[in-house]
Design a protein around this ligand. Structure first.
Ligand code: C5P
Length: 219
């Protein structure tokens, strides 16, 4: 049984107690990964940003709101994990300051300038201290420039973030002839997944990550 940390869902970066910045993310990919891991007899832990949909029953879930909370929870869970899969849509920035309550909006027509600071790259932070553990990231890419360009961008992330596997996910491949999901392995192989929905893709992603972990654990 392999312990698998999965980050999923969006993060929310509050300007005040009511307003926030976020990303569009249902959490579905992370739920499919958690379910695939549990079904294969592994032990998933979901570190989950705010989602409307409920996570799969029976899976350990740590609820978080902001990127900084997700980072802290992911680092805690990673201490006892063998594999980490980062499917979360983390906000790249957060407001430099969070105001208490709900400050009134400026006078009619008045604009507002927000000062933002960069959030940490959670998966890169895990990968920097991974040792023998396996760290998998996602790259949501546009199919517009073609699959080779999307794979090149995904491979850039593999190197920059120190990952073992990148899941390149073409968000606009629906209806095109392109495969929607390609696994970019660190050994140079690109594996296009057969079309078949998130559940099948999740099972393959979990299997590939677990295989890497087992190969390492036996060497
Ligand atoms: O650089 P980009 O945002 O495209 O990278 C996506 C991958 O990095 C995903 O696996 C995502 O979960 C992860 N990520 C992260 N922390 C961030 C930004 C992205 O873990 N601050």
């Amino acid at each position: 049984m392999v312990a698998i940390l999965i980050t999923a869902g969006p993060t929310r970066e509050h300007l005040d107690d009511v307003r926030y910045l976020s990303n569009g993310s249902s959490g579905r990919m992370g739920f499919a990964l958690a379910l695939a891991a549990a079904t294969a007899g592994h032990q998933p832990t979901l570190v989950l940003g705010p989602t409307e949909l409920p996570p799969p029953p029976g899976v350990a879930v740590v609820r978080v709101v902001s990127a900084l909370e997700m980072q802290a929870a992911a680092e805690r869970a990673f201490a006892t994990a063998d594999v980490a899969i980062a499917a979360a849509a983390v906000c790249d920035w957060r407001p430099a300051r969070r105001a208490p309550g709900k400050p009134p909006k400026p006078a009619a027509g008045g604009g507002q300038t927000l000062e933002l600071v960069a959030n940490p790259d959670i998966v890169a932070g895990l990968a920097a201290r991974k040792g023998r553990r396996v760290v998998v990231g996602f790259g949501l890419e546009s199919a517009a420039a073609g699959m080779p360009a999307a794979i090149a961008r995904g491979r850039g992330k593999l190197v920059q973030k120190g990952l073992d596997l990148v899941v390149v996910n073409l968000h606009d491949a629906i209806g095109s002839d392109e495969a929607g999901i390609v696994l970019c392995h660190a050994d140079g192989r690109d594996e296009a997944l057969p079309r078949g929905g998130k559940d099948l893709a999740a099972a393959r992603i979990v299997a590939a990550a677990v295989q890497l972990w087992r190969e390492r654990a036996t060497t």
